[in-house]
Write a protein that binds this ligand. Structure first.
Ligand SMILES: [Zn+2]
Length: 199
């Protein structure tokens, strides 16, 4: 029942955003997916989809291991084994929402860090999905998007991951408003290398 309600609510958001002329689909290119166990990735994607649906976004994942990612210009997330040592130890990833010109905004997620930073009672795919949604949040909201509560909490601990498992971890109302603004500006997340090279 709960699942049905969430879907209905998400569908309502999509309709509302479509009516307002705001794109609701966001393609995320996933690079080096073999780093992540297949089942964990699929389940993690579902968790991230649910969180982003609450901001009116329908995520389309592209697996660059099997799909032609070069044909699309959009955000990308690369999976790595280990994160750089300068990051805090309980960090699962980081985002570069404003890369050098000609590059699409991207994020890096370490599955090993997801495993190591997950609260003990947490299903890893929930931690992975919340981490994906958090980094996509940075790509849409910028680097300084941390809040005390919700999916953009600086640290996804027991409380946040428990909420994610219940479908209750979400963006704040203000963040949803900002995300809708970013989605309206297509240039914010679509990079056309041909047009960029002419500038
Ligand atoms: Zn963050």
């Amino acid at each position: 029942m709960k699942r049905i309600l969430i879907r209905v609510a998400a569908a309502g958001l999509w309709l509302a955003s479509a009516a307002a002329g705001v794109p609701d689909e966001l393609t995320i290119r996933l690079v080096d997916t073999p780093v992540v166990p297949r089942n964990a990735l699929q389940e993690g994607e579902r968790v991230a989809e649910r969180i982003l649906a609450q901001a009116g976004i329908r995520v389309q994942w592209m697996d660059c291991a099997v799909e032609r990612c070069a044909s699309v210009s959009s955000f990308w997330i690369q999976f790595v084994d280990r994160l750089p040592s300068w990051l805090p130890p309980d960090t699962a990833g980081y985002a570069v929402p404003a890369p050098p010109q000609g590059m699409a905004p991207y994020a890096i997620v370490s599955y090993r860090s997801v495993v190591e930073s997950a609260p003990e009672t947490t299903a890893l795919e929930v931690m992975l999905g919340a981490s994906l949604a958090h980094e996509i949040g940075h790509l849409l909201l910028g680097r300084s998007a941390h809040t005390l509560n919700g999916i953009m909490s600086a640290r996804l601990g027991n409380r946040e991951i428990g909420m994610a498992a219940r479908g209750a971890l979400r963006f704040t109302g203000e963040q949803v408003r900002q995300i809708r603004g970013t989605m309206r500006r297509e240039s914010a997340f679509r990079v056309d290398p041909a047009s960029r090279s002419e500038q």
